[in-house]
Design a protein around this ligand. Structure first.
Ligand SMILES: NC(=O)C1=CN([C@@H]2O[C@H](COP(=O)(O)OP(=O)(O)OC[C@H]3O[C@@H](n4cnc5c(N)ncnc54)[C@H](OP(=O)(O)O)[C@@H]3O)[C@@H](O)[C@H]2O)C=CC1
Ligand SMILES: O=C(O)[C@@H]1CCC=N1
Length: 272
């Protein structure tokens, strides 16, 4: 049964990012099956990546030994229950990327005794620049862990997370994290225009600043605080801005935002 094919159940934003990352790094589109109820999404995935597409989860899942469950947490139970007979018959490696939903819930909804890996990726996976946290339940053997790791590594960095409870923190930091950076970019872009810069110029300057700063964080070997201090001339412009951020409570705001995301992850697993 396992011919190396992967079935994605759900062909939305995150599935598209993962499939794009896999195909860009050499996986044949034809080895990927996607179940997605929205016809326009199915057509776009087939056209862009050459994947096989299906209307229902069981049609796609029947063709693969690895299942990536990429539907919203709110519909995960119904999707798993619809796949339970197939899961019991075929014993696939199941990867769920859903926020909050626990491996115990997935195992139960799929009928029990399932090899379940929780993966929390993020959308830069599309560029091979993703970050994924992985947690495997006790039914996943060495080969299953290696397969899950290789799959997600083709979309970027992978970290194994030792305790499942920490997956909510991973979700709040790196799963949701790209949105925090995009929000900062939006705010800087608006502020640049408010100071009189033309929209295109503002966009270019913000974009290159974020890119350059991220590269320095990644490549300089120095920590964020050291790099920040080096920009901040005593009594200069950066100090004026940084003091404004600190006075406005930026650090505690970020702490509260991440805590809110962790709480929401826990709530998503509350029923069932
Ligand atoms: N977006 C992100 O950055 C990240 C998302 N995630 C997780 O990924 C999962 C998907 O999120 P995201 O891609 O943003 O959501 P989307 O809504 O973009 O994608 C989910 C897709 O699944 C479809 N769907 C619904 N029911 C079924 C079904 N029975 N069979 C097959 N497909 C179905 C939905 O169709 P319809 O719209 O008609 O319901 C939708 O197109 C979530 O669980 C989320 O927690 C994890 C990491 C990052
Ligand atoms: O917003 C969400 O719930 C999902 C999980 C992480 C990123 N997007």
């Amino acid at each position: 049964m396992d011919n190396g094919s992967i079935a994605f159940v759900g062909g939305g934003n995150m599935a598209r990012a993962l499939i794009g990352g896999l195909v860009a790094r050499g996986r044949a589109g034809a080895s990927i099956q996607v179940a997605e109820p929205v016809p326009a999404l199915r057509e776009a995935l087939a056209a862009d990546f050459g994947v096989g597409t299906h209307e229902t989860a069981s049609e796609a899942a029947a063709l693969a030994g690895t299942w990536v469950l990429a539907v919203k947490p709110q519909v995960m139970r119904a999707v798993c229950e619809s796949l339970a007979p197939l899961a019991q018959a075929r014993r696939p490696l199941v990867l769920s990327i859903a926020a909050g939903i626990t491996s115990g819930q997935l195992d139960r909804w799929l009928g029990g005794d399932q090899a379940v890996v929780r993966a929390m990726p993020n959308t830069p996976a599309l560029l091979g620049a993703g970050a994924t946290g992985l947690y495997a339940n006790g039914r996943v053997d060495h080969a299953g862990r290696a397969l899950a790791e290789a799959l997600m590594q083709s979309c970027g960095l992978v970290c194994w997370i030792p305790e499942e409870a920490l997956m909510d923190a991973v979700t709040a930091v790196s799963g949701s994290g790209p949105a925090y950076v995009f929000l900062l970019a939006e705010a800087m872009h608006a502020a640049a225009q408010a100071q009189g810069l033309a929209p295109d110029t503002a966009r270019l300057l913000v974009l290159q600043t974020l890119l350059g700063a991220a590269r320095m964080l990644s490549e300089s070997g120095e920590d964020a605080a050291t790099l920040r201090r080096r920009v901040t001339s005593p009594g200069g412009t950066t100090q004026a801005a940084v003091e404004t951020f600190e006075a406005g409570g930026l650090r505690s705001l970020v702490d509260a935002a991440v805590a809110a995301a962790v709480r929401r992850g826990r709530e998503l697993s509350a029923d069932g």
